[in-house]
Design a protein around this ligand. Structure first.
Ligand SMILES: [Zn+2]
Ligand SMILES: [Zn+2]
Length: 278
């Protein structure tokens, strides 16, 4: 649902590739570290799959809400784009938090968290099934309030575009910007599976809602960051990475003993399964 402007993303993509390549040169030449070429290539394939998945029209839910809207908010007023930005950030925060804590949405989002290294190439390793799982539901209230579905889609696209540069280990903490912006430092924490970092820093452009709702964690340089999933996916097959969790949900539901358990496997937090088995 992000790419109401898929052509725009395609036009920008070569610029992303240049930055991804520059980052690789710096990691190898300057940091004297290995660059995970294979993982980056898999991210590239998954990004193509994500782009193709946008063929499924997902603005239907937004249009439905818009057709029953309370007001019509014109973006011509000076305050309305600012209001839209703040509401998008607020909604994105809860959408992203739900994407981590409700397995139904996690099945699409874990794809983004599957790389075991952290670099720019991971930014567009995005799930293929967000349209099917109905993630547009989170943004329906904005259309119902009176923001046009196309404006919501463009605002989400810009939110996603912003997040490209925060997927790197090369940029250190950025002083006072760390207070209110989502920065590379904050997003490194988000992609880590260390116990004290997991399920933290859900913000898109702003980090203020994490500070407000108690999900903020500061990067601690003495704590070695472990990137990726708590149960890493061993395969490099894009289909297994993008669709595997749905298969697991289906298998768990079939093997469940009650409807309560079946519901838990689908909609409880992803770690509910382990807790349930204990
Ligand atoms: Zn996430
Ligand atoms: Zn990310």
């Amino acid at each position: 649902m992000y790419h109401q402007n898929p052509d725009l993303l395609l036009k920008i993509f070569p610029i992303f590739l240049i930055f991804i390549f520059l980052e690789a040169v710096l990691i190898i030449g300057w940091k004297k570290q290995k660059y995970p070429w294979r993982e980056s290539f898999v991210s590239f394939l998954i990004a193509i799959g994500h782009h193709l998945s946008q063929i499924i029209p997902t603005t239907g839910l937004l249009v439905l809400a818009w057709n029953h809207r309370l007001f019509t908010i014109s973006l011509d007023f000076w305050w309305s784009p600012i209001l839209l930005f703040l509401l998008i950030e607020f909604t994105y925060y809860w959408f992203h938090r739900a994407s981590h804590r409700i397995r139904w949405f996690w099945a699409s989002h874990l794809v983004h968290h599957s790389p075991n290294s952290f670099n720019l190439s991971a930014a567009y390793r995005l799930g293929w099934t967000g349209g099917i799982s109905g993630s547009a539901i989170f943004f329906m209230p904005l259309a119902w309030l009176g923001f046009p579905p196309t404006s919501i889609a463009i605002a989400l696209f810009l939110n996603l575009l912003y997040q490209f540069w925060i997927h790197t280990e090369l940029i250190p903490k950025l002083g006072f910007l760390e207070w209110f912006l989502n920065t590379p430092s904050h997003h490194r924490v988000h992609h880590a599976s260390n116990r004290e970092y997991i399920d933290r820093n859900y913000g898109g452009v702003l980090i203020v809602f994490d500070r407000l709702f108690g999900t903020f964690a500061e990067e601690n340089p003495t704590n070695k960051t472990i990137y990726g999933l708590t149960h890493p996916i061993k395969s490099s097959n894009p289909f297994k990475i993008a669709l595997g969790e749905w298969v697991h949900i289906f298998q768990d539901m079939i093997s469940a003993n009650s409807w309560q358990e079946r519901f838990g496997y689908g909609f409880a937090p992803p770690d509910w399964k382990q807790k349930n088995r204990r």
